[in-house]
Design a protein around this ligand. Sequence first.
Ligand code: GLN
Length: 447
Amino acid sequence: VSLEQIKKSEDTVHAFLETDEEKVYQRVKEVEAGIASGKYSGPLAGVPIAVKDNICTKGRKTTCASKILGNFVPPYDAEAVKKLEEAGMIILGKTNMDEFAMGSTSETSAFGITTNPWDQTKVPGGSSGGSCAAVAAGEAFLALGSDTGGSIRQPSSYCGVVGMKPTYGTVSRYGLIAYASSLDQIGPVAKNVSDCTALLEAISGYDKKDSTSIERNDLNFTEALNGDLNGVRVGIPTEYLSEGLDEDVKKTLQETVELMRANGAVVEEFSLGLVDYVIPAYYIIASAEASSNLARFDGVKYGYRAGEFEGLHDMYKKSRAQGFGEEVKRRILLGSFVLSSGYYDAYYLKALKVKAMIKKAFDDAFAKYDMILAPAAPSTAPKVGSSLQDPLKMYLSDVYTAGVNLAGLPAISVPAGKDRNGMPVGLQFIGDCFKEKKIIQAAYAYE
Ligand code: GLN
């Protein structure tokens, strides 16, 4: 079914950078035998899945949608991919994204854009736009994305699918090509909350290969797929409702509040504080880490090397100049600047302090509320081509998602309605650290 749908949709949607029918059929045979022999017995055995192209797949190209990794074939699987294989899942292919996951529209890919399956003149969001579009178009039942500042939740919202960012440290980052290591998390994308939860459960777990991996004994997330909203305390940050929020998104939020109240939830507004500082702190920290993480791409060890150069330094320079796209270069420059001597204290160190204050603001909120309800993005999917001219505006649109990453929290984005043009609107349930079950329960009851 998936391969048929891929054939039908890919010409217009272009969610995938790579699909290999032969590999898929070979794997199907393997899985069929595995199911027969009892090797694969879980609920995900035989389910086709798409994987974002910044997650390493052994023997299969992993490009981060960048020219600099255009021909990179990893010699190993990411831990999350290993877990998919162990669950008997079938990897259909690798999905398109913003280059190195830097962006909000999937238009900074070096290999062409992905479009929104609901309206092909619009973007699918980003950076996990390929993964979300693949699920929305019915090309894949499930997908893996990565979320550094909103890259699973925002495209899920634009594409009308469910996407989740787990608590930092829940899913191993081993084999996820790093953007901003202290914020990156792999997470699931699905059509509904149950499927999303089943996939989250499959990919979670302690991994000694990731130094920030956390040992938890509450990873049986599917147990939370029950219950109701009765008595659940929900807070909505007043700051999230101020200017900048699109009317249709606001209306969907209000309708959701009514619905949740009617089902017994206690919903109130409160002041979260510090919301204006989320974007500056996020972009300083993310760019600083990116500039360091991307230093390894020098034309020597991986991928692209410039054709002509004079000496080693010229080779570095030309390979990087030709291999990286505009947006990635912008972040490397910004990151190198905020880390440079003389500016480190004024920018990077200050951003880290703000990060700690943001975490504290969320801690205070979770002393009063079980969860926070928030938009996933200020608007629905914008038109193709409309965001790239104004990077600052694009950065500002991460205001509801990036704070969650700075604080390491879990959050799930669920489809909640449509705007006046019939485009999907998503809302997020944000939980305290390790409280995935609470937000899964609420999202499931709400859905
Ligand atoms: N839009 C944000 C950025 O460009 C988030 C990206 C992400 O989560 N990978 O950094």
